[in-house]
Design a protein around this ligand. Sequence first.
Ligand code: SF4
Ligand code: SF4
Length: 314
Amino acid sequence: MRKEEKEFYGKLSDNGVSRRDFMKFCTALTATMGLSAAWVPKVAEVFAAPKQRPPVIWLHFGECTGCSEATLRTMYPWIDTLVLDIISMEYHETIMAPSGHNAEDVLHASVKKNKGKFICVVEGAVATKYNGAYGKIGGRTFLQIANDVCKQAAATIAIGACATFGGVQAAAPNPGGYKGVGEAIGIKTVNIAGCPPNPINFVGTVVNFLLLGKLPALDDLGRPLFAYGKTVHDQCQRRGHFENGEFVTQFGSEEAKMGYCLYEMGCKGPDTFNNCPTAKFNDGTSWPVEAGHPCIGCSEPDFWDKMSPFFETS
Ligand code: SF4
Ligand code: SF4
């Protein structure tokens, strides 16, 4: 084992994470990325002995910061350390120490220094009406910042429903003219859709880039196919009940207790592409339908308008 790998596993152990737990995480991540088990040691190596640490500039626009929270806190308690070890986080308003003018200076300097080489991650939608007047940071509109920063990046990853397709800000009547960042400034983005997206889909996208030197294959909405290639319905553990016509018609009923299909409760799983049933949330503990709640279609464009009322069949 190389010196840096020894140090890595020592550091994990100091944080109370066993090598077994780490390998379990790498196995889950490899499977989520659609790679065979033979890739697990290579995926582990990306974390244990990173060959390159791409600079990342993470922008916040119209959003709730739930996607940052999801990525940095909820999956594995130590995933934040792993993520911050394999990338070089140059700018992230929620976790960086500088604020005000100092933070603005960091952003400008980082864009200049890493022009054409950094990955821009965008969390939040961009207001476009009245030249973007509905959203500003440091005197510049979201629209100006996105145009300035994203267009100088090697690639832009939009994380969450707001950055990908506009999210709740873009719901009717959308007075600010909010849009996903790709549509707002006319660029192609990698779209990690969901409200919030599963952090493993973001980590898988970054690891794919570090491991294979390219971004993952995307569907026609810019979503990585490894995560958004199949519908929730096609992977759902309740699918057998759907086929048998066994439905829940009331929460708290006997049918609900027996885990029957939630279609009659408004489940949008048949129209929603995401890997929630296999990737699950919170360290693979559960996912909304397993917990008894219908899918509301959060990884689809305009789901607030197109998928609601959430508790009625479409
Ligand atoms: S609960 Fe939803 S996703 Fe699962 S089988 Fe029923 S309709 Fe499909
Ligand atoms: S089950 Fe549906 S609503 Fe829930 S997180 Fe997955 S895609 Fe979004």
